[in-house]
Ligand binder design. Structure first.
Ligand SMILES: [Zn+2]
Ligand SMILES: [Zn+2]
Length: 350
C-alpha cells in the first residue's frame, strides 16, 4: 500500500509500505476517510523530527505514515481479540494513541497520558493516510450508523478535541463563550457549543473562517485584527466579559485576550498547541478568581460520547470539510491547508 509521509520542511511523499497483518490483540482498519488536522502542520512544516521533539513525543528515525484522524471498517482481526471489542466489518474510528494498556490512565481510555510512554498514530507510529492502519483492538471506537466516515474522521481529533474542552469547561446553555481561532477545532467548538445552547462569539483574522463560523451558529463573529477583541467582547456582555473563553489558535496574544475578555469567576481553556503566553497573574487571574484549564484531546470513552452527541443532535460535522482529496493529491492538499484560510481537508480512499 502507499502512505503519505512528511519529510520535513514542507516536503512530503507517497511511499510504498507492506500491507499490515494484525498481531495478537490487534486489528487492521481499512481506512475510508483520513482527516487533516491543524496540528499536522507542525509536523509538515518543521525540519525532520523537530516538531515531535518539541512536543515531547519522541519518534523514530524513519518518518511514519501521517494522519491521526483515521476512520473506516475493520478488515482483519488478530488472535485473542474478543468479538465484543472488534470484528471484521465493524465501522470504527481509531483513538489515535496507545500506551501500556494497564496503568490507571490507559484503563480509562486516556492512553496519551501513559507514564510508560505512548505512540501517536500518524506522528510516532503509522497513521491513517494509507489504505490500512494496524492498531490494538482497544483503540477502536465504534462509529454510530448515523455518522459518515468523514464525520468519524473529524471526531477522531479536531471535533473530539473541541467536545472534550467544552465538557471540561462544564459549558452550559446559560453561558456566553468566546472562541479564539476558527480553524477546524475552533469551528467544531462553535458548532458544538451552539448545539449545547451557549451564546457563541467567534474570533478569527480570516474572513473565510469567520463566514463559516457564522454558518455554524456563532451569534457574532469578530476580527481581532480590526478592533480590540477584549473591548468588543465586553461591549457584547454588559461590560462584564464573557463567562467562558476557549483558545484554539495557540497565538500568544489571543491567549492573553481570552483571559482578559473573561469575566470575574469565569473559565478559560487553552487547546491550541505549542508556544508561550505571558500573563500578569494577579490582575489577570487571581484578583478575578479566573479558572484556567489546559485541555489536550480526549479519552477513547469521550470520543465515543462525542460521536453519540453528534449523532443524537444531528450536528452536520461534514460541513467542516471544504476539501476532499485522494492520497495522490497529498502535496496539493497540504500546500493549501498550510495557508490556514480554509476549512478542513480529508483524504477519501475510494
Ligand atoms: Zn489533531
Ligand atoms: Zn499506561
Amino acid at each position: 500500500m502507499q502512505g503519505v509521509v512528511f519529510l520535513g520542511d514542507r516536503r512530503l511523499e507517497l511511499r510504498e509500505f507492506p500491507d499490515p497483518t494484525p498481531g495478537p490483540g490487534e486489528v487492521v482498519l481499512e481506512i475510508k476517510a483520513s482527516g487533516m488536522c491543524g496540528s499536522d502542520l507542525k509536523f509538515y512544516r518543521a525540519p525532520p523530527g523537530a516538531a515531535q521533539a518539541a512536543l515531547g513525543l519522541g519518534g523514530s528515525a524513519e518518518p511514519d505514515i501521517a494522519g491521526h484522524e483515521p476512520c473506516g471498517v475493520v478488515a482483519a482481526v488478530g488472535p485473542g481479540v474478543d468479538e465484543a471489542q472488534a470484528r471484521v466489518g465493524m465501522r470504527a474510528m481509531n483513538h489515535h494513541y496507545t500506551g501500556c494498556g494497564h496503568c490507571p490512565y490507559c484503563r480509562v481510555g486516556w492512553s496519551q497520558l501513559c507514564k510508560a510512554g505512548f505512540t501517536v498514530y500518524g506522528v510516532t507510529g503509522h497513521g491513517g493516510h494509507a489504505r490500512y492502519l494496524k492498531a490494538p483492538a482497544r483503540t477502536m471506537v465504534p462509529l454510530p450508523e448515523a455518522l459518515s466516515f468523514v464525520t468519524g474522521a473529524a471526531i477522531s481529533c479536531g471535533t473530539g478535541t473541541a467536545y472534550n474542552a467544552l465538557r471540561r469547561m462544564n459549558l452550559s446553555g446559560r453561558d456566553t463563550l468566546a472562541i479564539f481561532g476558527q480553524g477546524p477545532v475552533g469551528l467544531s467548538a462553535t458548532q458544538l457549543a451552539a448545539a449545547m445552547g451557549a451564546r457563541v462569539f467567534a474570533l478569527d483574522i480570516g474572513a473565510e473562517r469567520r463566514a463559516l463560523a457564522e454558518q455554524f451558529g456563532a451569534e457574532r463573529v469578530l476580527d481581532p485584527a480590526a478592533a480590540d477583541p477584549v473591548e468588543a467582547l465586553k461591549a457584547l456582555t454588559h461590560g462584564e466579559g464573557v463567562d467562558q473563553a476557549l483558545d484554539c489558535s495557540g497565538a500568544p496574544e489571543a491567549r492573553v485576550q481570552a483571559v482578559r475578555a473573561t469575566r470575574t469567576w469565569g473559565t478559560v481553556c487553552y487547546v491550541g498547541e505549542g508556544g508561550e503566553v505571558t500573563l500578569d497573574v494577579s490582575p489577570d487571574l487571581l484578583r478575578r478568581q479566573v479558572t484556567l484549564i489546559g485541555s489536550w484531546t480526549f479519552s477513547s470513552l469521550h470520543q465515543a460520547e462525542c460521536a453519540r452527541f453528534v449523532a443524537d443532535r444531528g450536528i452536520d460535522v461534514e460541513r467542516l470539510f471544504t476539501h476532499r482529496w485522494r492520497l495522490e493529491q497529498a502535496e496539493e492538499a497540504y500546500r493549501l491547508f498550510d495557508t490556514q484560510t480554509t476549512g478542513k481537508g480529508v483524504f477519501l480512499m475510494e
